[in-house]
Design a protein around this ligand. Structure first.
Ligand code: IVH
Length: 716
């Protein structure tokens, strides 16, 4: 082979290896920039040597032209489906059936896997090259989606090989899906571009796979995890586990959550653990799958109709359900935003009964085209509040339009349509930017090289409704006081929602600051039902205690829109004094890491409000904000250290180590530079380790990391 060709093969192999580390293992060894350089070199090479370009080159993923329709192809072995169980009893029945047929005295291994909620595919490699890919179809005939599968970066076009042989023929089956995060982003982009919204990640994944133009598929964030064995020639394997280990070495993604069990109790433990951690798993799963690990046992068990006897799906409670909209009411929140809430015919979803569901805003009502009496699909995933996903139009009967209120349902004041402006920035006649607030637009123009930009306000039909009465609306006042006394804010005990409503109605509370004057009404409080000496004294004591408050809690208690606990902490630790936050400019605010333009505008507008100014003056006369003390080296022994993690860490996960370092005051960066203080390196560390050695930066092993926590002085 000529040197040219060997260089080309080597470069492609290098990129394939890094693709695998990045897309399948989520553990890159080189920076994005270093990767880009490799890819650029390859592109350059191929430009100069077009006759050498091979189909399996990482540059050739979107090579094929659109097709008119997919060809139908027969699966060499049918793609079966799984029988389901929902309860422990049903699972025990499955186990009993297996035991009866296997009649083994030695027990057997069961491999437990998450059940990914996506679209099943079959991918075929001949001599290590991806040659074809099919949808599941009806299990016997699938559609040829090879060009689309080739666009998915985590699926190797050529299998990785090092110290083992690649089988002549390898059919891997698995699930194509879209991660929850990617799905959210996909729909956000679709919303922004006025395109169709996908109902859930599964529909988005299977829709993306069945695009006739591979360019469209390539633009969708599809992932793949293998879960099944198809036809194999030239490779001896005895178990599912062995299969997963082999294909994983070849660069094919396999779930890290797979686990061997030896009993039904182990299986149930696995089920419960996955169910509990479902929210943290980056993709949707609808249950777990148990399979007899040994392939000889699988053969012995065989199948019944279209399902194998050697596997079963243990499903989670459904996260989607169908119900009806009985009515829509409008709720006034503490920031004055009026939210439409659908009252539903109660239905069980995600394990709980749901009877209310937010419709968010007017845009959402229009987007869903939802009406009273409609039958809808709702979804409640994990801790996320229930959402209406879509209206089943074929079941529509007697639809009643949702009437948008013109008056606040709580106080009767006018309703304002909000978010009513975009600020467009023009360079001459050309629109160069559109921003959501005046501050953002002004900041943009002030910092632009061209000082003659023009700002134009564009009024839109607002999606959000707001009560115009501000804190004069009792519902807004009530919401803001509930927030003010809540645990993460002033933490005042003895002021529940009902009591707050009562005090507002009696005129004792006109702002949250009036809480500090409640002691004046001690006599009147005795007259109220449910109040005795003890409860009144406790309340007054709790109010007294709350007056000494940390800055971040004080900021949080004000209820600035979109300023939650973590933003409050950032504001406190960056500005140190309340006055400085009040006076901060837009530029000051957005220079803080977790504060974006929208939150910065909210903060500025909040402090500009006349009512808020009076309220804050009143508050500052009553509370004492504790001084922020800078952490000492004793509390944060790794303060001022800039640490980089690299390579495969064995004992602790990267996230665990990172969190521990941050808690101890260190900064954790992703790339090595001359500002790096230490590098913690696991196995197979690559270029970061080289760079650290080059720059003479101290490199620690995983064991030394523990020593670092115990005795930082040793390393600094
Ligand atoms: S095994 C015959 N394992 O669930 C067994 N399937 O009805 C073949 N699925 O079509 C499938 N995660 O799309 C298996 N860990 C997993 C799975 C899984 C998701 C899907 C697959 C299949 C359906 C079963």
């Amino acid at each position: 082979m000529s040197k040219l060709i060997t260089d080309y093969e080597e470069l492609k192999d290098q990129i394939r290896y890094h693709d695998h580390r990045y897309y399948s293992l989520d553990d890159p060894e080189i920076s994005d920039r270093e990767y880009d350089v490799l890819l650029k070199n390859l592109e350059e090479f191929e430009k100069n040597n077009p006759n050498l370009i091979s189909k399996d080159s990482p540059t050739q993923r979107i090579g094929s032209a659109p097709v008119a329709q997919f060809n139908t192809v027969e699966h060499l072995k049918p793609m079966l489906s799984l029988a389901n169980v929902f309860t422990k009893d049903e699972l025990e029945d499955f186990y009993t059936r297996v035991n009866k047929r296997l009649l083994t005295d030695y027990g057997y291994e069961i491999i437990c896997e998450p059940k990914m909620d996506g679209a099943a595919v079959s991918i075929i490699y001949e001599k290590g090259h991806l040659v074809s890919a099919l949808t599941r179809g009806d299990g016997f005939l699938g559609e040829d989606i090879t060009s689309n599968i080739q666009t998915i970066k985590s699926i190797p076009l050529k299998l990785l090989s090092s110290d083992f042989t690649i089988p002549d023929y390898l059919e891997v089956r698995g699930e194509i899906f879209i991660s929850k995060k990617d799905f959210e982003k996909l729909n956000e982009d679709a919303k922004r571009n006025n395109e169709k919204i996908f109902a859930n990640p599964r529909n988005a994944a299977s829709g993306s796979l069945r695009q006739l133009d591979p360019k469209i598929t390539a633009a969708r964030p599809l992932s793949f995890i293998a879960h099944g064995i198809g036809e194999i020639q030239g490779l001896e394997i005895e178990s599912v586990k062995e299969f997963f280990e082999a294909i994983s070495k070849m660069g094919i993604p396999v779930s890290k959550l797979n686990k061997i069990s030896y009993s039904i109790d182990d299986c149930l433990k696995y089920y419960n653990k996955i169910l509990e951690t479902r929210d943290q798993i980056p993709f949707d799963i609808d249950g777990v799958v148990y399979k007899i690990n040994n392939l000889e046992f699988q053969n012995k068990l065989g199948k019944v109709s279209r399902s194998p006897r050697w596997a079963i799906a243990h499903k989670f409670p459904a996260e989607e359900a169908t119900t009806e909209i009985l009515e829509v009411s409008f709720q006034v929140g503490r920031t004055g935003v009026i939210t439409p809430v659908a009252r539903l015919k109660p239905v069980k979803v995600g394990g709980v009964i749901v009877s209310n569901c937010t419709l968010h805003n007017i845009d959402e009502i229009n987007r869903l085209d939802v009406k009273i009496n409609d039958t809808v699909i709702i979804r409640r995933a994990g801790d996320v509040i229930p959402q209406i996903i879509k209206v089943i139009e074929s079941k529509r009967h007697n639809p009643i339009d949702i009437e948008i209120p013109r008056a606040c349902p709580a106080c009767g004041a006018n309703v304002i349509k909000e978010n009513a402006s975009d600020w467009d920035v023009f360079d001459g006649d050309k629109k160069i930017k559109s921003l959501g607030s005046k501050q953002e637009a002004e900041f943009f123009t002030e910092n632009h090289v061209n000082k003659d930009l023009i700002l134009k306000e564009v009024k839109n039909d607002g999606a959000f409704l707001r009560c115009s009465a501000e804190y004069k609306c009792d519902e807004i006042l009530k919401g803001s006081i509930i927030h003010f006394v809540s645990r993460k804010a002033l933490d005042i005990e003895g002021l529940g929602q009902e009591i707050i409503s009562k005090f507002i109605a009696m005129g004792y509370l006109k702002t949250a600051a009036d809480i500090f004057k409640l002691h004046k009404y001690k006599k009147e409080l005795y007259e109220l039902e449910g109040f005795g000496e003890k409860s009144i004294n406790n309340l007054i004591k709790s109010i007294e205690i709350s007056k000494n408050i940390d800055l971040h809690k004080f900021i949080y208690s004000l209820g600035i829109p979109d300023v939650g606990e973590s933003t409050s902490r950032s504001l406190a630790s960056n500005f140190k004094e309340f006055k400085k936050i009040q006076d901060a400019s837009f530029a000051d605010l957005i220079s803080i890491e977790d504060i974006g333009p929208k939150v910065a505008s909210n903060i500025i507008n909040f402090f500009k409000n006349d009512f808020v100014c009076l309220f804050i003056d009143d508050l500052l006369g009553n509370v004492k904000i504790n001084k922020i003390k800078s952490p000492t080296l004793d509390e944060m022994p790794l303060l001022n250290l800039n640490i980089v993690l690299t390579g495969k860490l064995q004992k602790y996960s990267r996230d665990e180590i990172k969190e521990n370092l941050l808690l101890n005051g260190a900064k954790v960066s992703s790339s090595v530079s001359k500002n790096t203080s230490l590098v913690i390196a696991g196995d197979n560390a690559g270029s970061k380790l080289n760079k650290a050695t080059e720059l003479g930066i101290k490199v620690l092993s995983e064991d030394e990391y523990i020593e670092l926590l115990n005795d930082p002085k040793k390393f600094t």
